[in-house]
Ligand binder design. Structure first.
Ligand code: ATP
Ligand code: MG
Length: 180
């Protein structure tokens, strides 16, 4: 499984539709300060279901919609689509290529889709939940997060390792069962 393309339209500084292509292996995004590199990472987190405006470096979710510049009026919606190569079947869905999309309208309405069919946020979260790509996963390491790992208590650090090993969700389920 690997990311194939990411298309942003009206998302943060990307007013016009912009598609980034990824090959297997490492991709580097380079550019001057303020050119939108972190916005690309925000778009990835957002399309995978991120619900926290702060994690997206904004005050409210509406801040992901292109707010306009001196030469260009604001837009009414933000749209991001992520196409994932699923030839190895890592995603539990019968398609060799899977496109997830998310749209937010300025009036607050949201739309989600998997391969063009409208779905719920929960469907996207479930699709990604066993891949390590979900929104609560540490697949995106933000600035300052490395420091947090180094300063973490042994218990927290164990949590990171358990998450990476895929045992954290089983431990959570066990704790929930024991509490009942
Ligand atoms: P650095 O190298 O400093 O980390 P960067 O390339 O990561 O920079 P970003 O943080 O991705 O830069 O982009 C910041 C730019 O995005 C700012 O110019 C900001 O005005 C613009 N921006 C953020 N949200 C919006 C929005 N909703 N509408 C228009 N522009 C936006
Ligand atoms: Mg940045």
């Amino acid at each position: 499984m690997h990311l194939k393309t990411l298309t942003l339209r009206g998302f943060k500084s990307f007013a016009s539709a912009t598609t980034l292509g990824f090959e297997p292996g490492i991709t580097c995004v380079v550019g001057p300060n303020g050119s939108g590199k972190s916005n690309v990472v925000d778009a990835l987190a957002w399309v995978m279901g991120e619900q926290g405006a702060k994690s997206l470096r904004g005050g409210s979710m509406e801040d992901v919609i292109f707010a306009g510049t001196s030469g260009r009026p604001p837009l009414g919606r933000a749209e991001v689509s992520l196409t994932i190569d699923n030839a190895d079947g890592a995603l539990p869905i019968d398609y060799a290529e899977v496109t997830i999309s998310r749209t937010l309208f300025r009036n607050g309405g949201s739309e989600y889709a998997i391969n063009g069919s409208s779905c719920r946020l929960l469907d996207i979260q479930e699709l990604l939940s066993d891949t390590g790509m979900g929104r609560e996963m540490h697949v995106i390491v933000g600035q300052g997060q490395l420091d947090a790992v180094l300063r973490a208590t042994p218990d927290d650090r164990r949590g990171f390792i358990e998450e990476a090993a895929g045992v954290l969700k089983h431990r959570r389920r066990k704790e929930k069962a024991v509490r009942k």
